[in-house]
Design a protein around this ligand. Structure first.
Ligand code: FAD
Length: 318
């Protein structure tokens, strides 16, 4: 059986949970088995995970799970996998998944692939998972040779489609340890879709000249329903919060549309954004390296181009 960890975000099962469930179901189909979901905590709406391919949902509850603690979540997921006899466990490759995947694989003595972006295949008789390497410049096929396998799935790698009906939710009783850490403050980034899940992103760089000019980025993002991002020096200068920093040392994203204004396109920036399906670059320097990676480029002053683009989007949307 394939077991997916369906993570709730801000009290809801959103795209991240749906993606791993769709992926789990496709993996289960490859193996000729079932996909089940495990949820940690009392978030309502778990039965809807059935629509994305889970034939059963297992709910684990306990005061230890109220706040994220990597050690407790690892025990919960590994004990669930053992008790239910899962042969493949799938997590999202977000901050939770990055914290837990390695620990979980160690506890289950499992071969593991972090950041997979396509459905596993049986190739030459081996369970094989493809993952991007070298900042997405190449792909590696990894054979997982252990009985139990652990995979974390990169965000926006798989289209979310409904394929079934609601699934039964069963309580799963597990012995959980006490947390070893305590979260004293939890700041929710913005009301917008979190960057790793965002399909539309508008991003600004040092060409914006200062934080007081960010309204041109915000207004376009608002008109498109997009999430905002920035280059590293912008976050380092405190013009924008660090959670908006994309790139090699920031968040890696793969939206459908990435609009970059006043960003030169350094390799460290490209490393986190070059998996975007469509890249639009606005830069006043026609030699800016970013144009080489762009699908569409506008050579011009962003302070003229962005407001006109915003106006055009508003007009188009009526
Ligand atoms: P700049 O390079 O200063 O570019 C500003 C651009 O704005 C220029 O191309 C300019 O032509 C254009 N511009 C100026 N005015 C206008 C205007 N009015 N209209 C239109 N265009 C205009 N960077 C990241 O972003 N993410 C990372 O994760 C990251 N990790 C790094 C890791 C390491 C180890 C190192 C060494 C560096 C890393 N960097 C990262 C930094 C990276 O090398 C670049 O310095 C950075 O991306 C440049 O940011 P920028 O494009 O905003 O600024």
């Amino acid at each position: 059986m394939v077991l997916v960890y369906a993570e709730a975000t801000n009290g809801e099962f959103r795209k991240v949970a749906q993606e791993v469930t769709v992926y789990g179901k496709k993996t289960a189909d490859v193996l000729g088995t079932e996909c089940h979901a495990v949820v940690l905590g009392n978030t309502p709406g778990a039965e809807a995970l059935g629509k994305y391919g889970a034939s059963k949902v297992h709910r684990v509850t306990g005061p230890q799970l109220e706040k994220f603690d990597a050690a407790v979540y690892t025990v919960a997921l590994s004990e669930a996998a053992k008790k239910l006899g899962a042969t493949v466990v799938v997590l999202p490759h977000n901050s939770t998944g990055k914290n837990v995947t390695g620990r979980l694989a160690a506890r289950l003595e499992a071969g593991s692939v972090a950041g997979a972006n396509s459905v596993p295949m049986m190739k030459d008789g081996y369970f094989t998972v493809t993952k991007p390497v070298f900042s997405g410049k190449a792909f590696a096929d990894v054979q997982l040779l252990t009985d139990v396998k652990v995979i974390s799935l990169a965000g926006n790698s798989i289209p979310v489609v409904e394929s079934g009906a609601e699934a039964p939710v069963e309580e799963l009783s597990l012995e959980l340890p006490e947390p070893k850490t305590r979260v004293v403050k939890h700041q929710v980034a913005t009301g917008r879709v979190p960057l790793p899940e965002a399909e539309l992103v508008v991003s600004g760089g040092r060409g914006l000249k200062g934080p007081e000019n960010w309204s041109v980025i915000e207004e376009l993002a608002e008109a498109l329903g997009a999430t905002t991002a920035c280059s590293r020096p912008v976050a380092d200068s405190d013009w924008r919060p660090h959670h908006e920093h994309v790139g090699q040392t920031g968040v890696a994203i793969r939206p459908n549309l990435y609009i970059a204004a006043g960003i030169s396109g350094a390799i460290q920036h490209l490393a986190g954004v070059n998996n975007s399906k469509t890249i639009v670059v606005i830069n006043k320097d026609p030699e800016a390296p970013f144009f080489k990676a762009a699908d569409y480029g506008v050579v011009g002053d962003l302070f003229e181009v962005l407001p006109r683009l915003t106006e055009a989007v508003k007009k188009y949307k009526g």
